[in-house]
Ligand binder design. Structure first.
Ligand code: LCS
Length: 399
């Protein structure tokens, strides 16, 4: 804007240097991906705007449907997972809802593994049935269970591996083969592994989902979700479902995730090393009755973990002698570890699935899927592992 125009004070507040009409910022070459914190985008002409709306021009129009910072995140995630395209969303649950509503409507059916993040389980058993979408939850350790549960109405197979919080694995190539035989898309929630450790699309899955709140962001400061899949699926998810449901990510959160991605590989590797050290220590502790970690040979699917994952991740679940009360004492006694839900942060987080993340499961379902009421879940952070162990040791001493 020319400063010479005789605009009033309020107009000058809005139309100063840096406005879209000021060309200078377009020639700047920032090294860090800019946060394009805008809700809307200026069209060059009425014809240009109409062409974007008609899909004849791929320019940006409105941040709910796309934004350069979101797009930078999406392109990076698609490349890391080996997919054609990606869609960033407001949360992992927004990603889940968007994927399901893109593929399913009233009268349709989903076959899912029975051990899921508690929020996903609640969506599947409470909200989707209200919309006329039925979900059969099956024991995912035997791929044949997916095939047995498929009906003519099945539109989606859904898997979380390793599953939250039991760290039960699903044989991805086996379930992908069933999905392909029946012409049904397979969605894999890859939150626990990230593409550093597991790439489901390379094993035959069709869609990958992340709660990017976890390792992708990695610092415990942003809620976000990602879908990766074919261009056709992502275009439908964006322009049919997200357009209507509205769970878009903010440009600032997209930027936080882009920053997180820069250190994803080194973080995930270190989370895994620290978790292995802590898991081995837990296994030897006289007060610990069971340690569940895919990296330990005692994990019933250790061989499968070695086959389909490039590492074992940062999550450990364990049981303590003395059951629920002893677990509560440990959670109330930690000083370095933080008693909080979420996972995948640089901070070590400890929580009680039965009363927290998985309180959406009935008592009966908790037992059926192996979430022991005394189970404690640890998301091992990037502190020095000796300090995490010392903190747990002092907490165990109070039992
Ligand atoms: N998928 C998995 C495997 C998750 O663990 C979560 C959240 C979600 C999806 C949903 O993602 P959100 O909407 O929270 O970004 N898991 C949580 C947990 O274990 N503690 O708090 C949230």
């Amino acid at each position: 804007m020319s400063d010479k125009k005789n605009y009033g004070f309020q107009t000058r507040c809005i139309h100063g240097h840096g406005h879209v009409s000021d060309g200078r910022w377009r020639t700047a070459r920032p090294v860090s991906c800019p946060i394009v914190q805008t809700s809307t985008f200026a069209f060059e002409s009425a014809e240009h705007g109409a062409a974007i709306f008609a899909g004849e021009n791929d320019g940006f129009l409105y941040t709910r449907l796309g934004n350069p910072t979101q797009e930078a995140l999406e392109c990076r995630m698609a490349a890391l997972e080996g997919g054609e395209a990606a869609l960033a969303l407001a949360s992992g649950m927004a990603a889940c809802t968007t994927a399901v509503l893109t593929l399913c409507g009233s009268g349709d059916h989903i076959v899912s593994g029975d051990t899921l993040y508690g929020g996903t389980h609640q969506l599947f058993t409470h909200t989707l049935p209200r919309l006329g979408i039925a979900v059969a939850e099956v024991d995912a350790t035997d791929p044949a269970n997916f095939e047995r549960a498929i009906t003519p109405a099945t539109k989606l197979l859904y898997v979380e591996t390793p599953a939250n919080p039991t760290l039960v694995l699903t044989d991805l190539p086996a379930v992908a083969a069933i999905a392909s035989r029946h012409g049904i898309p397979l969605l894999v929630d890859n939150t626990f592994c990230t593409p550093v450790l597991q790439r489901p699309l390379e094993m035959g899955a069709d869609i990958v989902l992340h709660s990017a709140t976890k390792y992708i962001g990695g610092h415990g400061d942003a809620i976000a979700g990602i879908l990766v899949g074919s261009s056709e699926f992502i275009t439908r998810a964006r322009f049919e479902t997200l357009r209507d449901i509205g769970g878009c990510i903010s440009p600032f959160n997209a930027w936080l995730l882009i920053r997180g991605l820069k250190t994803l590989a080194v973080r995930v590797r270190q989370h895994g090393e620290n978790a292995m050290t802590v898991a081995k220590w837990l296994q030897k502790h006289p007060k610990v009755t069971r340690v569940i970690y895919p990296g330990l040979p005692t994990h019933p699917q250790h061989e499968l973990a070695k086959r389909q994952q490039a590492g074992f991740g940062g999550l450990i679940s364990f049981l303590i002698a003395g059951g629920r009360d002893a677990g509560r004492t440990v959670m109330n006694s930690v000083e370095l570890c933080t008693l909080a839900v979420s996972l995948g942060d640089v901070d070590t987080l400890i929580e009680h699935p039965a009363t927290m993340t998985h309180s959406t499961y009935s008592e009966e379902d908790l037992l059926r899927v192996g979430i022991d009421p005394a189970m404690v879940r640890l998301s091992v952070g990037l502190e020095d592992p000796e300090d995490i162990i010392a903190d747990l040791e002092q907490a165990f001493a109070r039992i």
